[in-house]
Design a protein around this ligand. Structure first.
Ligand SMILES: NC(=O)c1ccc[n+]([C@@H]2O[C@H](COP(=O)([O-])OP(=O)(O)OC[C@H]3O[C@@H](n4cnc5c(N)ncnc54)[C@H](OP(=O)(O)O)[C@@H]3O)[C@@H](O)[C@H]2O)c1
Length: 202
């Protein structure tokens, strides 16, 4: 679908994060927890495409591309990293962008826009905020880690009138998960009631 700008294509933007009880998401430059199945869920979501040759664009801040090297390069993905200070893109990062709109533009204008299927916003806090504020972001995926962890980085506040929690979402396991004694559940928020129909898939 082409958007109002003649050369810009609508691309669904999804925010994906995991936060513990106090909305903490990070500590000491890493995740506060080690939950391999939760990480697998993240990987499955961000790397899934519906047709061969399609790619997802991963958008992240400079400190949030913490994916173990054995998974890199990320299958079916291109990575756009945001930084005002880096002078070159790190290994496995295809695009270095000075701001969020530039990253979105890369994924939504020719020629990459023809290949990109979805845009995934994977953090950190400022990038999450920009993703949630973007009109193309209709869903976000937030794993609720139901424990307290020491954290120095937090998920930004979001408007729970704008984004409301869905009861269920296709492909997302429902109910409480448990790993290493830590309980969590996969949540999906939507901003648009038409997407809450059970047969809506991404
Ligand atoms: N639990 C989760 O779901 C999750 C997800 C992601 C990250 N985390 C955690 O969060 C922590 C990292 O967070 P962080 O605060 O360091 O965030 P970050 O966004 O990874 O890194 C911040 C840096 O990225 C650049 N940046 C971010 N937004 C930008 C923008 N809009 N435009 C230009 N540059 C931008 C800036 O670099 P310059 O200073 O070079 O300009 C900024 O100093 C880690 O502990 C990580 O594990 C957790």
């Amino acid at each position: 679908m082409q958007d109002s700008d003649e050369n810009e294509y609508f691309k669904p933007i999804y925010v994906i994060a995991a936060a513990c009880k106090n909305m903490g998401i990070g500590n000491d430059s890493g995740l506060p927890w080690n939950l391999p199945n939760e990480f697998r869920y993240f990987m499955d979501r961000v790397t899934s495409v519906t047709a061969p040759g399609k790619k997802n664009l991963i958008v992240c801040g400079k400190n949030s591309f913490n994916i173990p090297e054995k998974y890199l390069p990320l299958e079916n993905c291109l990575v756009a990293m945001l930084s005002t200070t880096l002078s070159a893109a790190p290994k496995y990062v295809q695009y270095l962008c000075r701001d969020f709109p530039t990253a979105i533009k890369i994924g939504s204008t020719p020629s990459l826009g023809d290949t990109v299927e979805k845009i995934w916003i994977i953090g950190g806090p400022k990038v999450f905020k920009e993703g949630l504020n973007h009109p193309w972001c209709r869903h976000f995926f937030l794993t609720d880690i139901m424990s307290n962890f020491k954290c120095d980085t937090f998920f930004p506040d979001f408007d729970r009138q704008t984004f409301h929690l869905l009861d269920k979402f296709p492909g997302v396991p429902s109910g409480i998960q448990e790993e290493k004694g830590i309980k969590y559940h996969f949540q999906v928020f939507t901003r648009d009631s038409k997407f809450s129909k059970p047969n809506y898939t991404i």
